[in-house]
Structure formats: C-alpha cells, structure tokens
Write a protein that binds this ligand. Structure first.
Ligand code: PRP
Length: 219
C-alpha cells in the first residue's frame, strides 16, 4: 500500500449544457472519466483530477470555499458571485451574449422613465444600467425569464442568448447586445499558491490541446 498517494486536483463543473463541452475538452487533453448516472463526483482513471458537478450558480461558492480548487464557469455567473478568483484560461467554446430583449411588437415610445427588467442576472443588470445613468427596476427570476415580457411581468429581460431560438419561440427580439460572455477556468487564489506546480501542469495540458487564450496576468 502506498502511503504517498497525492490527492487529485479538484475542479467544479456546471451541470447543464456547458458540462458536455468541458468533458469533451478534458477528454481531448488526455483525461478519462467514467461518470455514472446521477453521480456528482468523478475522478479520472489516472487519479489526477477530481470533478465535482454542481449547479451553475453554486459553482463560485464551491471554489470560494476551496471545496473545489478550480472551476469552469461563465463570466455571467462569475460576475453575479463577485468572488475574487484567478482567471487562468478562456476557453474557445461556450461563448454567448448577454442581451436586452423585449416582445417583437414592443413599442419603446411607451416605456416608463424607469426601465423594468426581469432577469437572473440582477447584479449585472443593476450595474449595467446604473453605469449609464438609466433608472432601472430589476425583478429577479430564476429561470424561464422569457415569460416575463410575454405575460406582462416586465417589458424587458436581460438574459443570455446563444442560438436565439428561445427568444424566437416566444416572439421576442434582442434590442441591444450588452456584453460578451466567455467560459473561464478559474482558481481559488489560496489553492493556486498551494498547488501551483500541478495547476500549472494542468493548464499547460489545456493550452497544448490547442486552446490558445491563456491569461498571463495572474499568479
Ligand atoms: C438559457 C438562457 C435562455 C436560453 C438561451 O437558459 O437563460 O433562456 O438559455 O438559449 P438560446 O438562445 O440557445 O435559445 P437555460 O437553458 O439555462 O434555462 P433557464 O431558462 O432555466 O435558465
């Protein structure tokens, strides 16, 4: 029995549409995972990397507490959490847009002085409109945000648009692109200092795989 077995690095991944893309990427970097149905953790065959599968919006909590040293997360979720992480890498996959949208037949001439906006991204929405001096009422929702203009909860939504099919299916249109959203590899700063060499090796493996947007400003 070996007494010197090194614990794997830990990485939180968001369950949902991003997860498959991250798993494909890790696989192309040489990691082999067998993820059994409903299981929320998995370690690669070589015992180097342990994945922790969490709800997207909870991911920064796990990384901030060091439960997962690393995490793969969109800048939308990172902005809402406001945590101070090292951003090690920007992945080429998963880019989306944060947009302002309303009903396709909406007439902006009837808008009130204070814009009413429904969104999951309340911090982003507050900051975006305040920075532009636009009075805003932000209504927090947790999903299916597109219903808000359809049912009259708020004339506008701030939400992610990827293919645009959800907007189209609900007779909505983008009125403004507010921000580009990218997928980042982030690291808890204390974890980075503690495991610098192994994190650097992992990062190297990800970069060598052909993903070239390496952030060199941290660590
Ligand atoms: C996201 C987003 C939009 C949709 C956009 O929702 O909030 O609703 O995807 O994608 P599209 O432009 O490709 O249609 P998600 O699927 O995460 O579900 P949610 O509404 O429960 O948040």
């Amino acid at each position: 029995m070996s007494g010197n077995k090194i614990a794997p690095l830990t990485m939180a991944l968001p369950k949902g549409r991003l997860m498959e893309q991250v798993l494909d990427h890790l696989q192309s970097c040489g990691f082999r995972f067998k993820i059994s149905k409903r299981s929320l953790t998995a370690t690669d065959d070589a015992g180097r990397l342990k994945l922790i599968l969490v709800k997207n919006s909870d991911l920064p909590v796990y990384v901030a507490h060091g439960i997962a040293g690393l995490g793969v997360c969109g800048t939308d979720v990172l902005y809402e959490a406001g945590s101070e992480f090292f951003e090690l890498h920007t992945f080429e996959f998963g880019a989306t847009r944060m947009c302002l949208a309303c009903r396709a037949d909406h007439d902006p001439a009837g808008d009130r002085a204070q814009l009413a906006v429904a969104t999951k991204f309340t911090r982003f929405a507050h900051d975006f409109f305040h920075a532009r001096g636009i009075p805003v009422q932000v209504i927090r929702l947790n999903g299916s945000v597109e219903l808000a203009p359809v049912l009259g909860l708020a004339p506008y939504i701030v939400d992610l648009v990827e293919t645009g099919s959800t907007l189209k299916a609900n007779n909505l249109k983008v009125t403004e692109d507010l921000a580009e959203i990218r997928v980042k590899l982030v690291c808890n700063p204390a974890y980075y200092k503690l495991h610098y060499r192994r994190v650097a090796e992992l990062l190297q493996q990800i970069i060598e795989n052909g993903d070239t947007e390496h952030e060199s400003n941290n660590g």
